[in-house]
Design a protein around this ligand. Structure first.
Ligand code: PGA
Length: 269
């Protein structure tokens, strides 16, 4: 199975100049990696998600390369246009050259109070505009301590279940257009990670739940995210339930991002 390593650049880098420098480094590192081992990018699909403001420039530079470009969010209010100050629609994202969007990241859930209803709208809008969706789920530290991880995840996955119940015709497209990213909130940007066994068991649960909604989703890609770096990627990559990584901090350096991709390309054999 092909692995996926996705860089979530969040609100970084600060300037267009720095974005270009990061892309230069990334494309040079990919070329060097491909020369050393052409299997890396064949076995591991790379994607980066810059801020809206850099989306057009980044997707233009990535055109014709093996790296995909994603947005970090889209408007819940309209799939195309409307009086929604500050929003960016799925159509605008697709027009900017992105082919995927991250949705439901815990920072959006926390700082923008993203609800079940708004996420249902966002996923629907993304699919209407043929954007793939990287749907993020995960428990907080308190929920983890209370052993509520699976309950929280089931409740967050209910967005996908509702979507399919309402729009059966989406089932086929979802098998190639939906990725789930399991990111424990307490592991994001903290340097703390769950054990591989914990992540593996949670991923198994996610895969079973999603397959329970639609058999065609039984091969769904489930990524782990939260403090993945060049040093710990190997242990996650070695587990058959972990199909790749959603990477924040370590995606801002081409070297660590490619090291993570190399680890997952070996893990996917
Ligand atoms: P991190 O972020 O790798 O910096 O922990 C992951 C994420 O938020 O997607």
């Amino acid at each position: 199975m092909q692995a996926w390593v996705i860089g979530n650049w969040k609100q970084n880098p600060a300037t267009s100049h720095d974005v270009n420098a990061l892309l230069d480094d990334l494309l040079t590192a990919i070329e060097a990696t491909e020369q050393a081992n052409s299997e890396v990018t064949a076995r591991c699909q790379l994607m980066v998600a810059p801020s809206f403001i850099h989306l057009t420039a980044v997707s233009a530079r990535l055109k014709g390369t093996s790296v995909l470009c994603a947005a970090q969010d889209i408007s819940a209010h309209s799939a195309s246009v409307g009086a929604y100050t500050g929003d960016c629609s799925a159509q605008q994202i697709a027009d900017a050259g992105a082919t995927w969007t991250i949705l439901g990241h815990s920072e959006r859930r926390q700082y923008h109070q993203e609800s079940y209803d708004s996420l249902l709208q966002k996923v629907t809008h993304a699919l209407m505009q043929d954007l793939g969706v990287v749907f993020c789920i995960g428990e907080t530290q308190a929920q983890y301590d209370d052993q509520q991880t699976l309950e929280v995840i089931d409740s967050q996955l209910s967005v996908i279940k509702s979507l399919l119940a309402q729009q059966q015709e989406l089932i086929d497209s979802l098998s190639t257009r939906l990725i789930i990213a399991y990111e424990p909130v307490w592991a994001i940007g903290t340097g703390k990670v769950p054990t591989v066994a914990e992540v593996s068991a949670t991923h198994q649960h996610i895969k079973q739940s999603v397959a329970g909604v639609a058999e065609s989703l039984s091969a769904i890609t489930v990524l782990y995210g939260g403090s993945v770096n060049a040093d710990n990627a190997d242990i996650f990559a070695a587990d058959a339930m972990i199909d790749g990584a959603l990477v924040g901090g370590a995606s801002l350096k081409a070297e660590s991002f490619l090291a993570i991709a190399t680890a997952f390309s070996k893990g996917s054999i």
